[in-house]
Design a protein around this ligand. Sequence first.
Ligand SMILES: [Zn+2]
Length: 231
Amino acid sequence: MGVAKQLYQLQEVDLEVESNEQALRQMVSQLGESEAVVRVQSKLTSEQQRLDELRHQQHSAEWEIDDLVSKLTAAEGQLYGGRIRNPKELTNLQHEVDVLKAKRDQLENRALEIMDQVELAEASFTATSSELKKLEAEWHRQQQQLSADIEVLKSKLSDLKHKRQLLSAEVDPQAVEFYDKLRKQKGQAVAKVEQGICRGCRISLPFSELQQARSGNPVQCSSCGRILFLP
Ligand SMILES: [Zn+2]
């Protein structure tokens, strides 16, 4: 086998290694936290805080109502108990009862409003919880798949690197060294020749270069400097 062909095969492996390494980096960068999960977690935390706050308000309103009801019961007891007969005192008591009743009604309305809000907040919290559960399960599944894919790719890469070692061991070391240098400079060191054209720079090659390349020995394209390979 000509050196040009050996180097071309080496390049095929090198390019495959390169694209697999790129894919591996991309996969590794996807490992870790999920933005969507973090966002929904923080939404759930603030919904929990809102719910706690509303429940606290609800209990406070209930205690205030209890307090008012016992004051009202005491005032009505005095008003209808028959022990107070002074009309002015009775008028005052009646007024106090009316004020307490109005306050109680107001608070009861407020408590109902809070209860509605609690129900809404609870429904929202439940929905967000199940959304989070779903997202976390999906994320977990993806991460597991990703880890498995990464392992497969790593082992493929190690096979490719082994293949590269075997291939390069068969080629003249100086040629490999020259190839490596060209690869660094140009990305692709070996260019296929098709219909007399160098695929590296798309220039028609002079007859003499084509003939030299046909011999299988490494010839550089006079235009782009790549090693020419005639399949
Ligand atoms: Zn060229």
